[in-house]
Design a protein around this ligand. Structure first.
Ligand code: PSV
Ligand code: MN
Ligand code: MN
Length: 424
């Protein structure tokens, strides 16, 4: 299903005057509006192929109707999102949940929707049908060489598929760890994982990156072999210049200071990318910005500061992806909300008065420093985000257009009510 130009135009025409009034107000009080709008227009967030259906929880799954039934339809969904918000110009695949039978067809289809392929994700946390070795006791860390070999080969196969699609990064998230004290020797597990990662690293094409995603808990509940940013950074440093740490916001112990982690990883030139989501308790995979919007802003504040200090390109030097799961919301609506929240946090971080903040920090003026940050956070910059979307050819209000056109109903007509999308 394609969004028609006349549908977009009608929507934008209807909202244009109100939008202009809000925009002029923001422009009056926000210096550098034009520069912010340009940066917002360039900023794209990768959509995970596994978040286009209702994942449910381990207690149940309430199937959503009209979900994509294959990779082609997932690309169609992300294409629709991108047509609405012009900020979702990439899709991140998970292998083998996504089966790429004909890469050149899939690549052409994505190009038609203006999409590129973000990081490829491997999966050695589940056993697949017909698989020889089991990952019950880990994959790259496994005590049995045959299991490690199988997991290494899978990752190399994912790189191969990614090359065919034009992706340039591999994200490795390992469920490896232990459930009970004494189950494994931490050092040996680390060393075996490192040896396995080295083999995968050696298979990376010259311009590729590998992202090592860490997670403190789940599905192993006593130890995780890549459990935090320290362990991920150790692996990345030992592997070499193409290896980086990936930060998934839901993978920390409660109250971790993620913005500080981000700042130091950037300083070490080892921050590779993000999985955006939000959480209250654990790896909840909720809509970005739905629980802790101030944290999201503080993370972007460090990103903008740290990337500018190193002369990095905001849009292309890191991998920006969402990692979410849906239980009760329409996945496309939820993803639109996440993208919007990320863009708002980014816009607010761009609007921080950096010079004044540096001065306040230098002078230990704690109150002033807080005022500067909160001034940016409490300013409603949604008109700038909408303007960026509008100038890029998107909808002023993507979510209301999606609802007004009853696009989910259209998808149900095409795909039916009983649909199950692959993923979590
Ligand atoms: C693990 O919790 C994770 O965050 C990793 O990124 C996985 O690949 C993803 O979720 C999808 O299950
Ligand atoms: Mn993740
Ligand atoms: Mn996760």
């Amino acid at each position: 299903m394609q969004l028609e130009k006349h549908q977009l135009d009608r929507h934008n025409d209807k909202l244009f005057n109100g939008h202009q009034r809000k925009l002029s107000f923001v422009q009056e009080f926000t210096p550098e509006c034009e520069a912010i709008i340009k940066k917002l227009m360039a900023f794209q967030i990768g959509i995970p192929s596994w978040a286009l259906g209702n994942g449910g929880t381990r207690f149940g799954r309430f199937s959503g109707a009209g979900e994509p039934r294959n990779l082609e339809e997932k690309i169609e969904d992300v294409g629709l999102l991108h047509a609405l918000n012009r900020s979702s110009g990439a899709i991140s695949l998970h292998i083998p949940w996504d089966s790429v039978a004909d890469p050149s067809n899939i690549r052409n289809l994505a190009t038609q929707y203006g999409l590129r392929f973000d990081a490829m994700n491997s999966n050695t946390f589940q056993d697949q049908k017909g698989q020889e070795q089991s990952y019950k006791f880990g994959s790259l860390q496994h005590t049995d060489k045959a299991v490690r070999k199988q997991a290494i080969e899978h990752n190399i196969e994912v790189i191969r598929q990614g090359v065919a699609l034009g992706s340039e990064a591999l994200t490795i998230w390992l469920a490896d760890g232990s459930c009970f004290p004494g189950q494994l020797n931490f050092r040996n597990a680390f060393q075996r994982t490192l040896e396995s990662l080295k083999e995968i690293y050696a298979a990376l094409p010259a311009h590729w990156k590998v992202f090592i995603e860490y997670k403190a808990f789940e599905p192993n509940f006593y130890s995780t072999t890549v459990g935090d940013w320290g362990q991920s950074l150790l692996f990345a440093n030992k592997l070499g210049p193409k290896a980086f740490t990936l930060v998934d916001l839901g993978h920390h112990l409660p109250n971790a200071n993620i913005e500080q982690i981000v700042s130091l990883l950037l300083m070490e030139e080892k921050l590779g990318g993000f999985h955006f989501n939000d959480s209250k308790y654990g790896d909840d995979d909720l809509t970005a910005g739905s629980i802790k919007p101030y944290q999201l802003f503080l993370i972007f504040n460090e990103l903008v500061e740290g990337m500018d200090a190193r002369g990095m390109d905001h849009a292309s030097d890191l991998g920006w992806m969402i990692d979410a799961s849906h239980n009760i919301k329409d996945p496309l609506e939820d993803l639109m909300q996440s993208v919007e929240a990320i863009m708002i946090a980014y816009a607010q971080a761009l609007s921080v008065d950096r010079k004044a903040l540096q001065l306040a920090q230098q002078e230990n003026d704690v109150v002033r420093a807080q005022e500067i940050l909160q001034q940016a956070f409490r300013t409603d910059l949604r008109p700038l985000v909408a303007e960026a979307r509008f100038r890029a050819g998107g909808a002023l209000e993507p979510l209301s257009l999606f609802r007004d056109l009853e696009l989910r109903k259209e998808l149900i007509k095409e795909r039916g009510r009983e649909t199950v999308s692959t993923g979590l």
